[in-house]
Ligand binder design. Structure first.
Ligand code: HEM
Ligand code: HEM
Length: 259
């Protein structure tokens, strides 16, 4: 945390004027990813790989649920089609949109207020997609008469969603409206960024346990073959999520280029 310096002089009003910002160019000596020009290439490459992996994850889950698993339908006698909303919306919200939202300060050009508005709106969109995805799993369980919240995956999921709502609310109140004092925001920001990276990791872990659980259900009921195409597809998606975790942390821990 100490390595992530904040330029206090850059901090001003709630959402007008210069905003709190990491002084990553001064992080050279403290370990971690070195600051300055030499990390610019890593930063750009990590962002590009993030976009590619995010699109790949979203594409694979859409192919899996939308095609291989029979498609998505909220009101259908075939409850599997209702369940299919869950993986798609969870990966769309808590992996793809959440990931892109975390990176807005690095990927967008424009004023700081513009980037901040997109940042919090996109995090809000991630939450909405995730909430609908959660309702799909809940309705699926209730319609089928299956117990709720019995699995490690569901506990991790509830934890992820609770922390996400907390992070969004604290972020909004501190940095947008009404906005904390300069001193309060400068002390909250390092924790905000740390929690943001942690939350993304937790989302990936939760998604991994969900994939594992669903795949194990399908394999043990012999609905699919262990070495069949569908197992390969889901395992590949799981590996892509691990790579995303690596490149996401790398992109966020390299110094921010001036835009
Ligand atoms: C769950 C929701 C949220 C998550 C996961 C999250 C995550 C993050 C992350 C990872 C960063 C570091 C970005 C970077 O270094 O490039 C960041 C920065 C920031 N976030 Fe959030 N955030 C959330 C909600 C919000 C909200 C609602 C606001 C209110 C406006 C906000 C305001 C900011 C600000 C001002 C920064 C500092 C940008 C800078 O370096 O100048 N965040 N957030
Ligand atoms: C960050 C993303 C995710 C979150 C926050 C999440 C959250 C949850 C929650 C809270 C439940 C419990 C619903 C209930 O008991 O009524 C659940 C169920 C379930 N989820 Fe996820 N999920 C995520 C991603 C995934 C993914 C990618 C899959 C892959 C197929 C998946 C598969 C399942 C399955 C099979 C269930 C029903 C069995 C159980 O309750 O564990 N989830 N999820």
């Amino acid at each position: 945390m100490r390595q992530l310096h904040l330029k206090k002089a850059q901090i001003s009003g709630a959402h007008d004027g210069p905003l709190p910002s990491w002084d990553r160019s001064s992080r050279g000596g403290g370990g971690g990813v070195r600051g300055g020009e030499e990390s610019r290439g890593i930063d750009e490459a990590a962002l590009a790989i993030n976009h590619l992996l995010g699109i790949a994850a979203l594409g694979l889950v859409c192919v899996w649920c939308g095609n291989v698993r029979g498609g998505l339908l909220w009101n259908s006698p075939n409850k599997d089609l209702l369940f299919n909303f869950h993986p798609v919306l969870m990966i769309a919200g808590f992996v793809f949109v959440h990931g892109q939202a975390n990176l807005t300060y690095r990927t967008l050009t424009g004023s700081r207020n513009y980037k901040k508005a997109i940042h919090f709106l996109a995090q809000g969109l991630a939450l909405v997609l995730g909430a609908v995805g959660f309702l799909a799993a809940l309705k699926f369980h209730n319609d089928r008469g299956i117990d709720n919240f019995y699995s490690l995956h569901s506990w991790l999921g509830l934890t992820t969603m609770t922390l996400f709502v907390t992070q969004w609310t604290v972020g909004f109140v501190s940095f947008w409206y009404p906005g904390g004092s300069t001193a309060a925001r400068s002390s909250i920001l390092p924790w905000h960024i740390f929690s943001g990276i942690f939350l993304y990791t937790l989302s990936l872990v939760t998604a991994e346990t969900g994939l594992l659980e669903k795949l194990t259900f399908l394999q043990t009921s012999q609905a699919i073959e262990r070495f069949g195409r569908e197992s390969t597809l889901v395992n590949s998606l799981g590996l892509i999520l691990v790579l995303l975790g690596f490149f996401h942390a790398l992109a966020l821990l390299t110094p921010k280029p001036p835009r």
